[in-house]
Write a protein that binds this ligand. Sequence first.
Ligand SMILES: [Zn+2]
Length: 254
Amino acid sequence: MIEIIQIPLLSDNYSYVIIDKNTKITGCIDPSVAKDIVEVLKNKGIDLDFVLNTHHHQDHVGGNQELKEIYNCKIIGSYSDQNRIPGIDIKLKEDEEFNIGESIFKIIDTPGHTIGHICFYFEDQNLLFCGDTIFSLGCGRLFEGSYEQMTESILKIRSLPDCTKIYCGHEYTESNAKFAEFLDSRDDLLKNKISNIKKDRLKSKPTVPTTLKEEKMLNPFMKFDNQEYLDSIKLKNISNVENFKTIRMMKDNF
Ligand SMILES: [Zn+2]
């Protein structure tokens, strides 16, 4: 089992220190900067064995080199993005498994936000670190990938068990909620969720992690093939990709 320490960094990033409880082997997912990570590790009295990067954006890899210098840790990233992940040592492909001590994760390729974007899936523990693919009530912008790729990536995530806990790369929930509410202001579950989000954010509490179950019910980017939802937001059902594209473009201009 892993212990997860969620670390807010920069204006709205989340990095995660993950510690395998039995072996104390430790990883850090998407270190935007090194300083705060080092502090957390110091307080815990542990060293860092691995850095795991979901994608190459600076706010996810900014701490790589410094952490490597301090801890001599190994850096894990996507095989296909090896030229863009600073200091990469271990290049993993889709479905490849890797151990953090006794905890095993598997790579899920999720191109869209970037071409080489990957998620780290701890299947036995129902945990997904999804970087900038899915956010609570939202999804990542398509900087590099196609709408086809992102739709496919979201379908992959959606096929995981409902109880999967989703650890995203950013605290964007409150602004995502505004768009979700704009699309469908009559959904009581959404209204309830939004009021909880507002309460949490007033106290600066994170709204992440979320669960796949909740996202399947409330996230507009997971409902592009749900006829009832499409009817309620008055969107014609053309195809998964076209429906997703329309919703994504509306959000880009929201
Ligand atoms: Zn990004």
